[in-house]
Design a protein. Structure first.
Length: 124
């Protein structure tokens, strides 16, 4: 699998379907992933094993849900806009974006960013 669009489609499906096994062939040995938390810099995972450990837990969590809003692919890069629901209330979500890079059919970089509400910024 070398098509960037197909790699990103399968990556998104892993989280939408809570099926972390879809990630197994997608992560490069040298992958670097930066998560949105903890503030201010987020968690940085380096290498296939660290990235998979983080993503397996996130994809397997059935108490949350990622909703894909938009995907743009340009060359070896993709931008994924998403909404992450962490509860059943109308305000129990956060919106964010992942900046992805794919090489030889595998993810080599995944940088996650999210919006914060003004209240959260004041409370932090």
């Amino acid at each position: 699998m070398t098509d960037v669009s197909e790699v990103i489609k399968k990556f998104n499906a892993a989280f939408a379907e809570h099926d972390w096994t879809l990630l197994e062939d997608l992560v490069h040995e040298d992958c670097v992933m930066e998560a949105i938390e903890p503030a201010p810099e987020g968690l940085r995972c380096v290498g296939r094993d660290e990235c998979l450990t983080f993503w397996r837990a996130l994809a397997g969590n059935r108490d949350t849900q990622f909703e894909q809003e938009d995907v743009v692919v340009a060359g070896d890069r993709a931008t994924i806009k998403w909404r992450y629901r962490f509860g059943e209330g109308p305000l129990d979500y956060v919106r964010g974006v992942n900046l992805m890079q794919v090489r030889d059919g595998q993810i080599v970089e995944a940088l996650g960013y999210t919006k914060r509400s003004p209240r959260e910024a004041v409370d932090a």
